[in-house]
Ligand binder design. Structure first.
Ligand SMILES: Cc1cc2nc3c(=O)[nH]c(=O)nc-3n(C[C@H](O)[C@H](O)[C@H](O)COP(=O)(O)O)c2cc1C
Length: 607
């Protein structure tokens, strides 16, 4: 176990840390710098030595660390081992059988002893995180370098807070990573979404009419924050996973003003309570989908104390369009949770969530099929398991398919096996952040069964892009551009940019006449998309569609990935893209804090 300071020293030694001495503003600047950095390869951990808040006239004496999970190598170091090896250890435990014979029993002992590390240790007295104590009357959240990460954000947000809570009866503890909006000097908005464990606890306190104690830790061992986002089942304390991975138990101390236990080596702890009868508008917030999450009421925490280590470091992240720091956190989660997923889907060989599918929007899964409908059975299994049930689009391939991370090869493989009959479109729960479904929390799901043989039919008559564009424009002059991908497969993908003046459903009705030239047609808005940027097109399409409303199967597969509005009968507010502030980028460029060109800006949709 090492403190945040010790981690940063190690990272500096091996060249993974970049120290920024230039004063940078907590209002957008720090977040923009980190956002740009994490899109480079390999990106580095950033330590801002002199954060300032020009608006409030503050020069903080607390550095800010960003991109702690800067790349695969740093993430491996934080785990202390290869995530696949941790998965292997979990798999072994899951398959442990009662030993036969003395030798077998003895050989099991080390594994059983190691398990004692999973239980956090409660220590007496004060911890490192309590070297400095600010009582309720002294509490001033403005003293922390809390970042405003995006121009349209509703305020500053704590983006890497470890939120510790307990159930009303005190039997269950939870660590969740939820963002917290700073409302003023003493109050925070608690963005635990309805499906999350702290929200379930909150419901218990609400029903009992009792205030809920909460402590939010920042910093300490970076593995804590990874555990906070790990999708463990309800009732399992995430710090048990910490002990399992680290090989030593988390050491906890009691908060000063409530009875929540927190890691003794955290850099900062914000203690307080939530009145279940008080809700306040939270957001907007530029989120990890690359869109803003809009304003919604969330519970409020009243801060009763802030405790700190001497010389604390404030840890934060920025989310937005991929790739982001959460790509590396998510990679660890994906690998480590494979054996657990296999317990509900035993013939699953592997799965992968491409970063531009922002996790829940796209999952690829490889499996052994033993009977007709097997892939469909797994789709339903996925859509019914914990946070996996947020997955919107699940593509299944058979055991002889290419590696799931070889995107060209796997796409080709899938396109040769796709047909309208092999698509399953259904309904289920969706992530609270999903904006595309007609109503919040429930929406369409697409499952693709590409586990079978190649399909027989290909496009009857393949046209080149110009010919096809002309044919489309003859039908609807608002088709602005067109590009076909994977024309050598059975199902070429044709993307059109559309200047939407009528519903795309009507466009699809009309272009159905071009069935001999098309197998898969996808429409995106002309104003916001670049046809030769497939990375961002995948991001856009998987974000923007609700399979039930937006996919048509006949006479060929058509997908409406445009923004929805009244033309589509969409009644919610459609959120805007997360975009950087041009003046801030220009200022950072002129101060030589970042070095990016127009191609970079275009590639990642920064402006
Ligand atoms: C960078 C980042 C930010 C997150 N922000 C939130 C958030 O604001 N609200 C939320 O409910 N989940 C958020 N999550 C997801 C949760 O951390 C994740 O679902 C976790 O498993 C929740 O823990 P729980 O099941 O104990 O509630 C975030 C994840 C990451 C990686």
């Amino acid at each position: 176990m090492a403190t945040m300071q010790e981690w940063l020293e190690r990272l500096e030694k091996d060249g993974s840390l970049k120290i920024i001495e230039e004063p940078c503003d907590v209002d957008l600047e720090i977040a923009h710098i980190a956002y740009v950095e994490v899109k480079r390869s390999p990106s580095r951990v950033l330590l801002f030595k002199r954060p300032v808040n020009k608006r409030l006239g503050i020069e903080y004496d607390m550095p800010v660390v960003m991109n702690m999970f800067a790349n695969f190598e740093v993430t491996r170091k934080i785990f202390g081992k290869e995530p696949d090896d941790i998965a292997g250890e979990i798999e072994e435990l899951l398959h442990m059988r009662p030993p036969e014979g003395l030798m077998a029993k003895l050989s099991m002992l080390p594994k059983l002893f190691a398990l004692k590390n999973v239980f956090p240790k409660r220590q007496k007295g004060r911890g490192l995180c309590q070297q400095i104590i600010k009582s309720a009357s002294e509490v001033d959240l403005d003293e922390l370098p809390i970042l405003k990460t995006w121009p349209e954000d509703g305020g500053p947000f704590i983006t890497m807070g470890q939120v510790y809570t307990k159930s009303l009866d005190g039997k269950m503890q939870n660590l969740g990573m939820y963002r917290l909006q700073q409302y003023d000097k003493k109050r925070l908005g608690m963005h635990w979404q309805i499906h999350k464990d702290a929200s379930h606890f909150f419901d218990q306190y609400k029903e009992a009419g009792v205030k809920m104690p909460v402590s939010v830790a920042i910093g300490g061992d970076p593995l804590y924050i990874w555990c906070g986002q790990a999708p463990l089942p309800y009732g399992m304390f995430e710090l048990m996973l910490y002990g399992f991975v680290r090989g030593e138990p988390a050491k906890l101390v009691k908060s000063i003003t409530n009875d929540i236990w927190i890691p003794e080596d955290a850099d900062i702890v914000i203690e307080g309570e939530v009145d279940p009868n008080e809700m306040e508008i939270e957001g907007p917030f530029g989120d990890h989908t690359g869109y803003y999450t809009l304003k919604e009421p969330y519970p409020v925490m009243h801060v009763s104390a802030i405790t700190m280590k001497e010389n604390p470091i404030y840890q934060a992240t920025v989310v937005g369009k991929p790739p982001l720091e959460d790509k590396f956190m998510g990679w660890g989660t994906e690998r480590i949770f494979l054996p657990l997923l296999k317990t509900t889907a035993p013939d699953l060989i592997d799965y992968h969530m491409p970063e531009n599918g922002v996790f829940h929007n796209l999952i690829l899964a490889k499996m052994q099929t033993h009977y007709k409908g097997h892939a469909k059975q797994f789709m339903h299994a996925f859509w019914g398991v914990g946070q996996m049930s947020f997955v919107k689009h699940a593509l299944f391939v058979g055991e002889n398919s290419p590696e799931l991370t070889k995107y060209e090869a796997i796409t080709e493989h899938i396109l040769n096996r796709i047909s309208p009959e092999r698509l399953l479109i259904t309904e289920g729960i969706v992530d609270a952040l999903d904006h595309s479904s007609p109503e919040a929390l429930v929406g369409g799901k697409l499952g693709v069964d590409a586990t079978g043989q190649e399909v027989a039919d290909s496009v009857e008559s393949l046209l080149n892009d110009n010919e096809l564009l002309n044919a489309m424009r003859a039908i609807d002059s608002n088709v602005a551009g067109l590009k076909q991908y994977f024309t050598h497969t059975k199902n070429p993908i044709c993307i059109v940019t559309y200047d939407k003046k009528r519903s795309v459903k009507e466009l699809f009705e009309d272009v159905a006449a071009l069935h001999s030239h098309l197998k898969i047609l996808i429409a995106v808005d002309a104003q916001k998309n670049t046809l030769d940027n497939p990375y961002m097109i995948v991001w856009r399409v998987t974000n923007n569609i609700d399979a039930l409303r937006d996919i048509r199967k006949k006479p060929f597969i058509m997908v409406d990935a445009t923004d929805k509005n009244e033309l589509d009968g969409y009644e919610r507010e459609w959120p805007g893209d997360v975009l950087c502030d041009k003046d801030v980028l220009d200022s950072l460029k002129s101060r030589k804090v970042i070095d990016i060109d127009d191609e970079f800006i275009e590639r990642f949709g920064l402006l």
